[in-house]
Design a protein around this ligand. Sequence first.
Ligand SMILES: [Zn+2]
Length: 299
Amino acid sequence: MKTLREALADADARQAAIGHFNISEFGALKGIMDGARELSAAHGGDKLPILIGVSEGEREFLGVKEAAAMVRAMRDMFDYPVYINADHTHSIDKVREVAEAGFDEIIFDASKLPFEENLAQTKEAVALARSINPAIVIEGEIGYIGSSSEIVSERPQESMKYSTPDEAARFVRETGVDVLAPAVGNMHGLLKSMVTGEDHKKLDIALIGEIKKAIGGAGCRFMTLHGGSGTADEDFVAAAKNGMTIIHVSSELRLAWRQGMERSLKDQPDEIAPYKLLGPSVEHIKNIVSGRLRLFNGI
Ligand SMILES: [Zn+2]
């Protein structure tokens, strides 16, 4: 089994992106695994690597060790390259907790702070995480793109400020992160107009290419697109081709979970077996994951 670092290098060489999907409970994990495994089987059996993300809130609900154990069980049982990421980790104490629990990746996110402070705190997080597990992949974030995977009516104003190649290069050089998350037109959550598919997020593809080049010169090879939900299909394809190595999708899965559950409760008003009620949500998540992985992997 490849390590996450090897899987990232491999995706980078293929100009593809690893799909990153968040979970709150086991049904979503099941849907994500089914979508990834079925698509891989349909494409010659090459197992497409995926990341399972758990934010601080999701970890609080699931349990840090429980989440790590669930993903590890999937990896072993299906012999599948599935890795676990501590999504948006805001404190040094929580960095220690997830590094000790055996997470494959940590995103240390101090992007809400002024640039210099973000840089100093991220540097500290990198040193701590590596002292616990030298193999861990650590990501830092610059530029604010909104904070939560929700449905909002307006774009957060701060998310209109894009990252520059210069600040990206300086940030990776001084912090030593393995992966950079820049602001390039992406944002967390979905706008109301995106729920129905009438509106899409538009990315600055040229800027993605420029930042990729700038960080490469500063010794950092990988880049993550956060807030991928609701992005136009052609922008997903172009983002992977132009340097994004990981693409996050969370809000779309949350919406699918909710819509599946609403349909279930409506169609089966007397049903009380949770595994039966969860069926449509799992199916809906599976279809989104396989559709997104097609775009991220150019298949
Ligand atoms: Zn994010």
